[in-house]
Ligand binder design. Structure first.
Ligand SMILES: N[C@@H](CCC(=O)N[C@@H](CS)C(=O)NCC(=O)O)C(=O)O
Length: 207
């Protein structure tokens, strides 16, 4: 049984959604970031960067246990383990990886900056607006792509959709003003959000 250490942030939700979508058995260990549980000695032994998510798979490659951090690595690992959500033609498609890595690096990083600054006592509004405009620009890039394709990785659902969904989910919940004018994203968001695995993934009382 896999152990998942996570909080309901975009990176944490990404890993939980993937576990729920693949149907693997796992135990959820919520990590309370506000209380600094990610900086405890016990947690740092799993993830020295003090970041969530982390998984421990007792049945890793070659049957040996595997502790894994970095949400995109976790998604790729689980896709490889189960043979789900990363068809061969996408695994070798550099356009797919370029776009998927932009979600994980550009979009998630910018959203984290917006949310972190927004939580400060006196947030510097021009900085928030600058990052917000960047976020909206990235989202509009995706909106353009989604005009011609059903899913983030073209015509098949893949890890890219599960990487992307929590970013849009968190942005819509906290800074909806930076998600406007993206009707193709809204159409995709509705479809992905209706999946039972995604709904379970978002629910931190289950897992
Ligand atoms: N690149 C990492 C980023 C992980 C990350 O930044 N996680 C955040 C939550 S979304 C975290 O643990 N923050 C706690 C902190 O910075 O103290 C990944 O994809 O897993």
């Amino acid at each position: 049984m896999i152990d998942l250490y996570a909080a309901p942030t975009s990176n944490g939700l990404r890993a939980k959604i993937m576990l729920d979508e693949t149907g693997l058995d796992y135990t959820l260990h919520p990590v309370n970031l506000l209380e600094g549980a990610n900086k405890s000695e016990e947690y740092l032994a799993l993830n020295p960067m003090g970041l969530i998510p982390t998984i421990i798979d007792p049945d890793g490659p070659d049957g040996t246990p595997m502790t894994l951090t970095q949400s995109m690595t976790i998604l790729t690992y689980l896709a490889t383990k189960t043979g789900k959500f990363m068809p061969d033609h996408l695994a070798t498609d550099m356009i797919f990886w370029r776009n998927t890595m932009s979600i994980a690096t550009d979009m998630t990083g910018v959203l984290m900056a917006i949310l972190t600054i927004g939580r400060m006592e006196n947030p510097h509004q021009p900085t928030v607006d600058d990052f917000g405009a960047r976020f909206n620009r990235y989202l509009k890039y995706w909106n353009g792509l989604m005009a011609d394709q059903k899913y983030a990785g073209a015509d098949e659902i893949s890890i890219a959709d599960f990487a992307f969904y929590p970013v849009v989910y968190r942005a819509k919940a906290v800074v909806p003003q930076f998600t406007v004018e993206c009707p193709n994203i809204d159409r995709w968001y509705e479809e992905i959000g209706a999946r039972s695995g995604v709904q379970k993934g978002l629910d931190f009382s289950q897992g």
